[in-house]
Write a protein of this length. Structure first.
Length: 219
């Protein structure tokens, strides 16, 4: 039985979200906040932190900012779902069929799955887990935050360069220098890979779409 393009994308998105959530649950229920262990040498580590704000550990305006960010993620997720559904219908639309590259749909699905992965953390983790603190491992059945105020679990850390600035350099001499310092999760990776792929390899499709919209409004 032939599987439709829409179902294939749905399966892909579901698998990505599942992988993201499995990793996060394993980390949260087996590591206390700040615990780490090496994966590949000194430059790839699993380091458990929780992000109260945006991707890659950035923060956004306290409790109110957290609420706005969670709401924005939900709206963005809904828009992406509508957009992907619209493009799939256009690509399978009989006489009105429009050529939509599979790469565009896959890239948008990566971004959508990544957004959903972090939405789940924000909406539900505060309701179903106890708090993660240094020396304390979280468990199911706790309640550390209300709905929409859960913390996003991050764990991937790539300190590719971990050194100290030479003392003779003004201002920064003697201070530590790390690259790449942000800590992120699988969902962040999906969003980043999907966005970069679309920008580098599928930009012509979006430029063509903009041109068609402009022409339709000028008629």
């Amino acid at each position: 039985m032939k599987i439709s393009k829409g179902k294939k994308l749905l399966i892909l998105g579901a698998l990505l979200v599942l992988v993201d959530q499995v990793i996060k649950v394993l980390v949260k229920t087996n590591m206390s906040f700040g615990d780490s262990f090496p994966v590949i040498g000194h430059w790839f580590r699993i380091l458990f932190i929780e992000n109260e704000g945006m991707a890659f550990g950035m923060k956004f305006g306290g409790a109110f900012g957290k609420f706005i960010l969670s709401l924005f993620r939900i709206v963005l997720f809904g828009f992406l779902c509508w957009w992907i559904t619209s493009l799939v219908r256009k690509s399978e639309g009989g006489l009105m069929k429009m050529k939509v590259p599979d790469g565009v749909l896959v890239g948008l699905t990566l971004i959508t799955a990544g957004a959903l992965g972090n939405i789940i953390d924000s909406l539900f983790y505060g309701l179903i887990f106890s708090a993660s603190d240094p020396g304390t491992i979280a468990s199911f059945g706790g309640h550390y935050a209300p709905f929409m105020y859960g913390k996003v679990v991050d764990m991937f850390y790539f300190p590719l360069i971990d050194t100290t600035w030479p003392s003779w350099i003004p201002f920064v001499g003697g201070h530590p220098f790390r690259f790449f310092e942000p800590i992120f999760n699988f969902a962040d990776s999906c969003v980043t890979v999907g966005a970069i792929y679309l920008l580098l390899f599928q930009y012509k499709f979006f430029t063509r779409e903009d041109q068609k919209d402009a022409e339709s409004h000028s008629i």
